[in-house]
Design a protein around this ligand. Structure first.
Ligand SMILES: *C/C=C(C)/C=C/C=C(C)/C=C/C1=C(C)CCCC1(C)C
Length: 251
């Protein structure tokens, strides 16, 4: 059954044009697809062996990587066939997966009394961050600095909640294991997620504040895709693994 499914996936992948060995963009899309698929399968299979207390958290880790795997599979083909950045589908992926990553903060601090209000704050901030970022990257490129700044403010609000705000305080009361996991997740948000604004700057024509990092717009778009692809794999799988370790560290 699984063998058959994997075979079908393999055949589907092989329908697409071959990846040239120097095509790093398509290559990172390919590796991204595989990594996300493997991670999703791992988390899904582990759900049953997880104590009831953490089951939803591990399931959400599986959903995050599964949603990403489907998008990466699509983006890989899109990029190979058109040579373009699949910006729209990248943002569709983010708008589904980033709020789910925020849900993880709520789930692990719920036992310490996290209220639904916190969940909505995190989800709302992540949606503002992504929608304004999308505007700056596509619809209204001439104001990409302004949109980037609004998006950045929403991003820092999430960082604030996780490091100093409600999430941090609740995590302290939820026991040492949850506190430790929240610290690790906090580092992902602070450092891992900061890579995206960097990609945004790399991809913005003319760069930011007159700082032109990559002159050729095509090369800039490629650089942005590679940066986003590597960051996605590290952030989504890493996030899931922190949750997984937490689920195994407490009885
Ligand atoms: C799995 C995908 C993740 C964790 C994506 C996260 C994306 C961001 C943190 C994006 C942030 C942005 C800014 C802070 C400013 C410029 C626009 C964005 C959307 C790239």
């Amino acid at each position: 059954m699984i063998n058959f499914a994997l075979n079908q996936i393999y055949l589907k992948i092989m329908e697409h044009p071959l990846i040239a060995t120097d095509n790093y963009v398509a290559f990172t899309f390919f590796i991204g697809t595989m990594a996300m698929m493997a991670a999703a399968i791992f988390f899904f299979f582990e759900v049953n062996a997880t104590s009831a207390k953490w089951r939803t958290s591990v399931l959400v880790s599986g959903l995050i990587t599964f949603i990403a795997a489907v998008h990466y599979y699509y983006m890989r083909g899109y990029n190979l066939e058109t040579g373009e950045s699949p910006t729209f589908f990248r943002y569709v992926d983010w708008i589904l997966t980033v709020p789910l990553m925020c849900v993880e903060f709520y789930l692990i601090t719920k036992k310490a009394g996290a209220k639904q209000g916190l969940l909505w704050k995190l989800i709302f901030a992540s949606i503002v961050m992504l929608v304004t970022g999308y505007f700056g990257e596509t619809v209204d490129r001439s104001h990409s600095v302004l949109w980037g700044a609004i998006s950045g403010a929403a991003y820092f609000y999430i960082v604030y909640l996780v490091w100093f705000g409600e999430v941090a305080k609740l995590a302290q009361n939820a026991g040492p294991q949850v506190a430790k996991a929240t610290k690790y997740l906090g580092w992902f948000v602070l450092v891992g997620w900061a890579v995206y604004p960097l990609g945004y700057i790399l991809g913005t024509p003319g760069g930011l504040f007159g700082l032109q990092l990559v002159a050729d717009p095509k090369a800039a778009a490629h650089a942005m895709d590679i940066v986003y692809n590597i960051a996605d794999a590290i952030n989504k799988i890493g996030f899931g693994l922190v949750i997984y370790v937490l689920s195994r560290s407490e009885e």
